[in-house]
Every structure is written in structure tokens, then in C-alpha cells.
Design a protein around this ligand. Sequence first.
Ligand code: NDP
Ligand code: 8X3
Length: 257
Amino acid sequence: MATLKDKTVFITGASAGIGRACAAAFAREGARLLLCARRMAKLAELQTELQDKYDVDCHLLELDVCVQKDVEKTIENLPPDWQSIDILINNAGLSRGLAKFHEADLTDWEEMIDTNIKGLLYVSRVVVPGMVASNAGHIVNIGSIAGHEVYPGGNVYCATKHAVDAITKGLQIDLVDTPVRVSAVDPGMVETEFSLVRFHGDAEKAKTVYKGLTPLHGEDIAEAVIFCVTRPAHVNIHQLRIMPTAQAAAAVAHRKS
Ligand code: NDP
Ligand code: 8X3
């Protein structure tokens, strides 16, 4: 297993859920953390927690990945000792709404496309050239079962995650003549702030998503990410699909009443 000690890891969307769990897992492994999100207070809280527990070296970025100019400026102006990024975890993402196509809100669509597709592209476009130039690096895209299947009301969210799947495959092809590796980690239901965000803050509705079954936790996904990035240099995990035992497909789950 390759060591992550002193590797610089950039995690987008580290203020909650899977990104937050990834930050903790990489801190435990001795990595240096470059963490971004829009909610700086949440990032600062996480930094304190991880510094107390692991004495981690951490640099925080208040960044909306949807704003291309900000992404470019922020990453290009990183302090010198943070400029060389070894591992990029493209995690920032969201779903908005679960309406039928003909009833959906256009602003929900725009937000999902801007964050899940364009945000991931903006960040990767700035980070990947440095990896190619230094002949090292690993990109992990957090996709979804929704990148392989479509479910009722999932229309545009599923489209964005299918796009992430295509971007991952495109990167794997375009980087094949370099040592830079690209992996996708594609989960089913993970209990995070995801459903709260999908239902615009309706906590009751969000809770019903996980009712009667044991969902995945952010930590389950973080361990899969750690697995991908600690394989020997000649091994590239292309894709890991991870489901709760009680979920067989995007729209097939077994719930105890
Ligand atoms: P959470 O809502 O718990 O976390 C999402 C994170 O993304 C937050 O830290 C949020 O930070 C950040 N984020 C959202 N928009 C932006 C933005 N414009 N700029 C920067 N950061 C942003 O959800 P999850 O942890 O569940 O989701 C993480 C990823 O996992 C997403 O890509 C999601 O699609 C994917 N996924 C989730 C599954 C699930 O069931 N939960 C299953 C499969 C995939 P802030 O609001 O502070 O900016
Ligand atoms: C999140 C999981 O099943 O809601 O990507 O699409 S699902």
C-alpha cells in the first residue's frame, strides 16, 4: 500500500458529508489537506477538529466551484507550498428537486449542471496540467449510481452524474500516456446533507429517503477513496460502485416497516 504521508490532497466540498469524511480519512493517513467549500465556518470547524486529532497541515479555501474565474484565480494563487497537488478529490456536488421533467424548476437544473459538471470541469482543468507536468497525480471523481441508471424524477441529476462518468472515462483516455491516474467512486444512498439539499431544507422529507434501511455513511466512501489512491503506481482503479446492502439498484431498496 502506497503511503499518503505528506501528500497534498485537494478535496472539493469538504464542509459536509462524503468530502468531510474524506478529509478525516486523509488526515488520519498523514496527508496535507487543501479543503474547499462555500461555508467557511464549517471548514474552520473541521480544521480545528482534525488538527486536534491528527495535527494535520490544512489550508482552507472559500470557493464556489461554479465560478470559473474564482476557481482559476484561487488555485493559481495558492501559497507556494500548496501549489503541487498530488491528489484531487472532485466531490462537490448536489441534487435539487425530484420533480418530473415537465414540472421541474429550471433553476434547480442550472444549479446541478453548474456544480456537478461545470464545477468539476473548472477545478480539474486548472489542477490536471500541474499533475501532467510533474508526471504524478491521481484524480478521484465522486460519481453516483445515478451515473449508471436513471430513476423517476432523477432526470437532470442523473444526467449530470452520467456526464461525470463520461468525463472520468475521457480523462482516463487522454491521460493514458502519463502516470496520472483517474478513478471514479460511485455510491448508492449515503446519509449526508444530500437529501436535505435535494429537498431544499425539508428535514422530514429528507429523513424518509433512509427510512427502514441502513444507508452508507460518508466514512464508507472515504475508505473506498483511500483504497483507490493507495494502490501501487501501475494499478489504476477505474471505477468502484458501492451500494448499501439493502439497495440493489437506484430505485430498488428493501425497507423494513
Ligand atoms: P453533502 O450535501 O453532505 O455535501 C456536499 C458538499 O459539496 C458540501 O461540502 C458542500 O459545501 C459542497 N458543495 C456544494 N456545492 C458547492 C459549490 N458550488 N462549491 C463548492 N462546494 C460545494 O452531500 P454528499 O456528501 O452526499 O455529496 C458529495 C458528492 O457525493 C456529490 O457529488 C454527490 O452528488 C455525490 N453522491 C452522493 C450520494 C448520496 O447519497 N449522498 C450518493 C452518490 C453520490 P458548501 O455547501 O459549504 O459549499
Ligand atoms: C445520489 C444517490 O440514488 O439519490 O447520487 O441518485 S441517488
